[in-house]
Design a protein around this ligand. Structure first.
Ligand SMILES: NC(=O)c1ccc[n+]([C@@H]2O[C@H](COP(=O)([O-])OP(=O)(O)OC[C@H]3O[C@@H](n4cnc5c(N)ncnc54)[C@H](OP(=O)(O)O)[C@@H]3O)[C@@H](O)[C@H]2O)c1
Length: 352
């Protein structure tokens, strides 16, 4: 890596792009991230440009001067909500438009990384043998992951640059400006139940309570991406990136209940979104009594996202041995990640 490295982060204001960009800016001074999104904030954490990747002309116009880009982290994703289906055509066209704009001018392009996920294996489509391995066939024809992967494989043939793909699962991060945040969803849900004198009821089915699940700590994903972009053995490879300690919700739930001093509740309550629908007055009363920051219960956390995460009725476990074999051995204690996240939201005065 040298001082001429410049890393374009597509989707730089998104959940992943913003964290990866911040990590690369802080990592070792060499990545020089430059972000891309339609609506960069006025004071971004790292330099950003505005471009609409659905528009080939705008992509060419805005990206056409980035001759010095050496690395691309592609974490853009067209508008979506909760677990609703996402447009394959639009998401593939966005990647194509970016490559059409950058590839002809970036003569020192070295690596293109795509952030994908376990949806590749079809974890929301049907039960399949676990652990998921990178060489498993795609199990999700409705996802844009395989078409994007095929596009990048095709474009790379005969070129000097290489590609890699990360396949994380449900992201966890300590941020109070990201409503798609399972730790925040559970923290507020628990606070409401506790106020009502109820146990920590599991808002999913008995089957999902017993299913194995897993998480991806975003700082670990950022380090994994930096590793893939540097390590020669990662060229043209996909890697699972999860914490590495899969567990049943049934086994994690007591840790979460204990944090809030609550009894463990069985499954069978309503889902998150239905539960919070009429709880705004209760939440406002909690805020007033504890002097918390003023937040809107229905928007501070994306409740349908929480229901989407719990909707899977079977085991979802990714095999981390390929990354370990090739040199990335970082693992995360997911229980500690959850409780430290609750600490963070307390410090931020979002929960009491
Ligand atoms: N979130 C998860 O739990 C999760 C889990 C596993 C895998 N993944 C995968 O990780 C990747 C990134 O997801 P994410 O959740 O971080 O995405 P996200 O938060 O929805 O962010 C999307 C980003 O893309 C930008 N964008 C959208 N449309 C654009 C356009 N037309 N032109 C330019 N930029 C555009 C957005 O900025 P503007 O709106 O300003 O344009 C934003 O910066 C996806 O492949 C996703 O499937 C996510």
């Amino acid at each position: 890596m040298n001082s001429r490295t410049k890393t374009l982060i597509a989707g730089a204001t998104g959940q992943i792009g913003s964290s990866v960009g911040t990590h690369l800016r802080e990592a070792d001074g060499h990545w020089n991230p430059i972000g891309l999104a339609r609506r960069p904030p006025p004071q971004p954490a790292f330099p950003m440009i505005a471009a609409d990747l659905t528009d080939p002309a705008d992509s060419l116009a805005q990206l056409g001067k980035l001759e010095d880009v050496t690395h691309i982290v592609y974490a853009a994703r067209f508008n979506h909500f909760g677990g609703a289906p996402e447009s394959v055509d639009t998401n593939v066209a966005m990647l194509a438009n970016l490559m059409d704009a950058i590839e002809p001018i970036a003569r020192n392009l070295a690596h293109v990384h795509l952030v994908h996920g376990t949806k590749f294996y079809g974890h929301t489509v049907r039960e399949r043998p676990v652990p998921y391995r990178e060489e498993d066939p795609c199990g999700n024809p409705g996802s844009f992951y395989l078409p994007q992967q095929q596009l990048i494989e095709r474009r790379q043939r005969g070129k000097q640059w290489t590609w890699s793909i990360s396949r994380p699962h449900a992201f966890c991060n300590y941020r109070d400006d990201e409503p798609r945040n399972m730790i925040l969803v559970v923290a507020i849900y628990a606070t409401l139940l506790k106020e009502l004198g109820l146990p920590l009821i599991f808002p999913g089915t008995a089957r999902s309570f017993d299913a194995m699940t897993q998480f991806s700590w975003l700082p670990t994903l950022s380090r994994a991406i930096a590793w893939m972009m540097r390590a020669p053995q990662c060229a043209n490879q996909a890697y699972n990136v999860v914490n590495g300690d899969p567990m049943r919700w049934r086994d994690l739930w007591p840790t979460l209940a204990a944090y809030f001093g609550m009894e463990v509740g069985e499954p069978g309550g309503s889902d998150f979104a239905s539960f919070v629908a009429d709880k705004a007055p209760l939440w406002e009363a909690i805020i007033r009594r504890h002097g918390l920051r003023a937040t809107d219960l229905l928007t501070i956390a994306q409740w349908p996202y929480g229901d989407y995460v719990l909707s899977v009725q079977w085991d979802v476990v990714s095999d981390m041995s390929k990354a370990a074999r090739d040199g990335f051995a970082e693992r995360v204690d997911s229980r500690g990640m959850w409780t430290a996240g609750f600490d963070y939201f307390r410090e931020q005065r979002i929960i009491p």
